[in-house]
Design a protein. Structure first.
Length: 164
């Protein structure tokens, strides 16, 4: 797809950009044994731990925007790889707390450096990661992400099969 294809909606363009960036991050962190989703989890966990937090899987799911069940699946895989440890929360036996292992911290630091370099490259058309256009772009994305979604209307059989 080239610049500003006629008729492209913002939703389509956001989806295309997200897909392009996800593939780029997947390729960048693969040598470290991570996927993009795993990177998102360990990088978020790294930041939360640096702030003194030992989050539950639920808290990490809320933070990353990933489904709790998916975070649980990722956490089990990362635990098997020796990158995180999962322990029962002493205050809530139903909750599982997560923490990076020493190896996990090392891999995560390396992955963050790789992804920062990749982001610099991906944002070069806007002047690079620290450029005013890139900061404005980030602000616009944050505005869109922070806007609450209206609840979906009840399933109306009279509109099934129609396209918007």
């Amino acid at each position: 797809m080239s610049k500003g294809s006629p008729g492209s909606t913002p939703g389509f363009l956001v989806w295309r950009l997200a897909t392009k960036w996800r593939v780029a991050v997947d390729r960048a962190v693969a040598p470290l044994g991570l996927t993009h989703a795993q990177y998102s989890l360990v990088a978020s966990l790294h930041g939360m731990q640096r702030s003194g937090e030992r989050p539950s899987q639920r808290r990490l799911a809320d933070h990353t925007g990933l489904e709790a069940l998916y975070v649980s699946k990722l956490a089990r895989a990362l635990e098997s790889a020796g990158l995180i440890e999962r322990t029962r929360d002493p205050r809530d036996p139903r909750a599982v707390q997560l923490a990076l292992t020493e190896q996990g911290q090392d891999v995560t630091r390396q992955a963050i450096a790789v992804v920062q370099e990749l982001l610099q490259q991906l944002l070069e058309p806007l002047g690079g990661l620290d450029a005013p256009r890139a900061r404005a772009f980030t602000d616009e994305l944050t505005t869109l992400l922070d806007a609450p979604l209206a609840p979906l209307p009840p399933n109306d059989e009279s509109i099934q099969g129609t396209t918007p």
